[in-house]
Design a binder for this molecule. Sequence first.
Ligand code: RP5
Length: 180
Amino acid sequence: DLSDKMSERASPLAEVDPLAGAPLVGLVMGSQSDWETMRAAADFLRGLDVPHEVRIVSAHRTPDRLADYARGAQGRGLKVIIAGAGGAAHLPGMVSAWTILPVLGVPVESHALKGMDSLLSIVQMPGGVPVGTLAIGRSGALNAGILAASILSLSDPALSARLETWRAMQTAAVADTPEG
Ligand code: RP5
């Protein structure tokens, strides 16, 4: 499929980046239960050969892990952080509190309130501490992955070209008429 095709390409980052192989995107989520949603971002990043790492970091259950991760992110070479959480979804905001890196927040759909709680918890940040908030659920996770690649492509022409290709293939895959 498209992901396989894109991942067959060698990463140009390995040739030019002194942080060869080091993750550029940090993908964090509050719980194992968020992975089903957040893997849409990871799958996209893998498809475009964007070096990334995936961690479970909970604002409430592992607050020290959160602080350590977010405070150290820029120094470890990360350029963008994607943070997904559900319910009282304080993870993206608290990550942003600890770092000046761009933070993309993904509201995970909750059982009780269908993700409206997650959305409002993530989107309504106080001025001065930004979180770029995406849609609830897998669409939001996918778009967070695309946005992270888009941000990185500003300084990576080869990645920019891969992103252009991906978008063109998406467009080409839309039929003119419905089947059935
Ligand atoms: C949040 O609580 C997580 O981000 C998750 O979306 C939600 C439920 O977590 P679990 O109880 O499934 O671990 O912290």
